[in-house]
Design a protein around this ligand. Sequence first.
Ligand code: NAP
Length: 510
Amino acid sequence: MSKHDPEHVRVAVIGSGFGGLGAAVRLRREGVTDFVVLERADAVGGTWRDNSYPGCACDVPSHLYSFSFAPNPDWPRTFSGQEHIRAYLERVADTFGLRPHIRLGCEVKRMRWDADALHWEVDTAQGSLTADVVVAATGPLSDPSIPDIPGLDTFDGEVFHSARWDHNADLRGKRVAMIGTGASAIQIVPSIQPEVGRLTLFQRTPPWVLPRVDREITAAERALHRALPATAKARRGILWGIREVQVGAFTKYPGVLGRVEKLAVRNLHQHVEDPALRAALTPDYRIGCKRILLSNSYYPALARPNVDVVASGLKEVRGSTLVAADGTSVEADVIVFGTGFRVTDMPIAERVVGAGGQTLAESWKDGMAALRGATAAGFPNWMTIIGPNTGLGNSSMILMIESQLNYLADYVKQLDALKGRSGERVALDARPTAVHAWNHGVQDRMARTVWKTGGCDSWYLDANGRNTTIWPGTTSAFRKETRRVDLAEYTVLRSARTPAPGLRAVPAPR
Ligand code: NAP
């Protein structure tokens, strides 16, 4: 390497949320120490760092929403608050010795595949480097989505998104407009309702809301988990098993979800007496089609006298007047957008330039499609964690992330094995036929699921109505599918130690 050559690493991981930190731990465990974790923010934690809105908590139980290799016997509640999950991720970074690998304030601007050198050129806010393998662990909940509302620039008051909460904004006594009724909004509404003057909720679609069975984990339980780690493992196993059994209702037999709707309706009626409000809050699609929300405080907050529900989306802003699609107009001092994230177009894809000179976003213009949720044809040695169709409707994403880490670990191992002692450079490029076959299979299974048949529009669906986000099966089925990298699904690219023009593509062994 000449002194002008950029730094080279074996693996560049982008992002330091659950996916990125998990990848880092897994790489170290596989004996790979020559890697960096590039993080655009000034701290680790991903979505659990960014989402600090009042009431932010996880709706997957704590003992399941954590790494299997980093159990925490001390979770204080059955469902963790944001601050506990964030602290957990900080501890993971310390415990597993990840800090020396992590570069904060190091946003990745662009990645370009060098087909001669068989590596990625990665431009970051702190300079350039090259990497044999890039792992994009940027997550689907990282870039806020704010709808393009005409006249928003004429609004004089504070405006912010749930994932960019303005902690300097004083909401006391103010007229606050909350836009959206997703998982974030239903936690924000009851948290701010007692302090605001007037709260107006712009509801485009009512969500299904079930009670949240949340309680403190007692000191005795925690002591038991500490003394006998097998008890925490068993607890996790039970939480996982229940969700594995439930998934069939979402994927194969959505009809049975009608029984769950009855519970949700009972929950609504228990807390809301006004028939008009009840009607406005009653969904007209199958439960599970959109993410099922859990809350004991959302409906009671909506029934409070200082809250109005506008059963229509926000359409326009005229100064301090907010106009809904149904013509209702409301005065507000503050607008809070709980309008979700850019999920189906994966913003990092715009920054990845593959072997053919196309960006991944261009290659995915008709919808995201990866092989086993990880790799894309024409983008050798590049993979995503929480890639297309790896999301879940009813269980812990950490399970899916760990499966993808198995795939990453085997990918790196297979590259090493192919390289052998030859000193050649080696890369794997997903075959278009394999990518197609995988996605065809996924979409085939998707056809019967509640996400397709439930009669709703959700962020699971892309602009073409294809569900490119959710895995239509159990977490164990996904684990099985991602245990090993099947070389028959890849073209092996090789080049001599001195790059170019010795590049040749050889068929993968079958
Ligand atoms: P989201 O689920 O995408 O919800 C966005 C909301 O904004 C929807 O209700 C949508 O209405 C609404 N919306 C969009 N444009 C609107 C407009 N012009 N007027 C009125 N409403 C509008 O976003 P999120 O709540 O941030 O949640 C995103 C994901 O993050 C969740 O599904 C979950 O995976 C995760 N999350 C989890 C937790 C948890 O564990 N408890 C908490 C927060 C977030 P429509 O329904 O009509 O589209």
